[in-house]
Design a protein. Sequence first.
Length: 669
Amino acid sequence: MLGFVPPLPQQPGRPRPGRPPSAGHMIVCGDDALARRLAVELRFVYGERVTLLLPPGRDASGPETPLTQRGRAAALFGRMSAAMNRTAVHGGGGGSDTNAGVEAVRIMEAPEPSDDVLEEAGVDRAAALALVYDDDERNIRAALTARRLNPRLRLVIRLYNRKLGQHLEELLDQAAAVAMPGIDAALLDASTTVLSDADTAAPALAATALTGSSKIIQAEGLLLRAAERPPPRPGETLDPGLCTLALLSSTTNDPAGSEGSEGSGAEGPQLLPDEQTVAAAEGRGSVVLEAISRADPDRPATRMGGRGAPLAQVFSRRLRWSALGVAVAAVALVVASLLTTEDTAVHSTYLTLLDLLGMNDPAEDAPPARQIIQLLSGIAGLLLLPLLIAAVLEAFGTLRTASSLRRPPRGLSGHVVLLGLGKIGTRVLVRLRELDIPVVVVEEDPEARGIPLARSMHVPTVLGDVTQEGVLEAAKIRRAHALLALTSIDTTNLEATLYARSVKPDLRVALRLYDDEFATAVYRTLRTAHPQALTRSRSVSHLAAPSFAVAMMGRQILGAIPVERKVMLFAALEVAGHPQLEGRTVEQAFQASSWRVLAIDATPPADRNPDLATLPPYPPEGSPPPPSGLVWDLHPGYVLRAQDRVVIAATRRGLAELLRRQRTVLPRQ
């Protein structure tokens, strides 16, 4: 049932890997790549002792290989351990510091996180527990059990249902307060955190479909926009924005280069560079903090095509032309009646309509001209009858299919083709529609999770296997702006990408790939074959793991943005207890490639919003919005005080260094 990953080179005084973890260790329970990636993050970035609980048997979520969950985890930890040792040997910096005090990761196998299993994992002595199973019900059941076994435990729970997650947070925090009367409410605020990997990764995936790759971070009703900018042309001066967050890889335009993973060295992206590095960088793109604006209340994702169906969708073009012809004939008959008889215009129109509808008596005693007009009106009336029947049938068909999936309309262009409507694809679809970006969805399963949402939003949807001929053509891939391949099968995403690139070589592409090494190889090959096109390979677990890891450390994460294959985090920290910040000026507190202070919360501690990531209550309509306590135009000489709360941008390792000795553990009774 138990297994251990070989530790890093043994240091004097380090406990044996076979010993159970001591108090303050982290427990990660899951059944997919997110659990393994999260355990790696906690061990190799934050230096924590980790117990990883996995289900027994073969891993069904990854590529078709016979590896078990434990086998995959052991292989991943082995690769990371070897990489860290190489970094330490070559003087990469941070390797020994990251590994200091890190014991071997303990791997357990159990089908369910039951009472006995959690007790064996040491939940009563643990500092935090992450429940990241793909099944919401299993996570909820385990969270209730863990809270009963250890009221002091910090819980991080993965749930897709956001509304249920809010209620669950309140319930578990209330249970902790009842079990520990008199505990500080500020500690309980961080005791339960519900996150969704889909919600965490969706903004980054959606941003790859947009020109400029803007990323949005929300803090106390404010929106921070980080924009990716190309390298300046000779003699061109670009607006530096509020600050430079990152320099993109020097090999961005080199087909032989990599996208810049953690160990890419000087050629990889540089996060939080200093002013000298930015000034010396030539031919490199950058990510800058471009603007800060007030956030509006969340608005629902818009429908494509508006509320009602346009006339072009209710009646076909042929039917509309036929109706126009009958109308012209009726007008001609009225004009002829006016010219050949002495009737008024109103009476002539009235008689002509009666004749068209076959409701007039024969004009036996009328002049010949009137009789001829009546005959012609009767013939036109015969043409009107099938036209009315066709209109009724088409309208009935439109109403019948109004609740069904729309087909891509003729002439659609500049849209995003989204493959897959699972958990991730559904969240990305909502994000794209919130930005009013036209989307065409391709999904094989008519019962997929996101199909009802696509139907309600009137998003054009193509049902079919994307690997079959003609499916992508039906999605208008030749006129599309971008392709997001987000199915759960790597080969399907890759095949769709290769075919789309053969049809449109300059198509912007982002594909979701399970294995990180495979993703890097695919990225390099696609960029070599199509150097003028933008290609991005993304792993949901890679994007989501940093937010889950920092939540386990008990700190607020406002958001995360991907910079090539690295991740930059935005967090809110109390200055007290951080010697790297307390008593230092803003300029002195800046640590290149680690962290940077962006703003200070000037609100008195008693009146602060406990969660900067949430929007404050909006005043009644017509009232001015409440002023924000965040100060962004900081003077470099401002001295940070213990009572200050700051918003920082940080790398994963930089934030780990800030938090390593500041982890908040609820006191024992």
